[in-house]
Design a protein around this ligand. Structure first.
Ligand SMILES: [Zn+2]
Length: 70
């Protein structure tokens, strides 16, 4: 689960970047499969956590990639 506070300093003021426009919005798993990444940035110490937006979808896509042999 995502923490509501920074794991490094305990600060609760976290900026969530969903990369609506950035080229980093998507990370490719394969040629046809991509997942959306969310970054949570601590405003106190600057620590950045990255998450896949939809883990369930990510797992399904990953399974599909493996089944097809990459
Ligand atoms: Zn912090």
């Amino acid at each position: 689960m995502k923490n509501s506070v920074c794991v490094k300093c305990g600060n609760s003021d976290i900026f969530e970047n969903k990369y609506k426009t950035s080229y980093r919005a998507w990370t490719k798993i394969s040629m046809l499969t991509r997942v959306r990444i969310i970054e949570r940035i601590c405003s106190q110490c600057g620590y950045i956590e990255s998450y896949v937006e939809d883990v369930q979808k990510f797992r399904e896509q990953l399974a599909g990639v493996i089944k097809k042999g990459g």
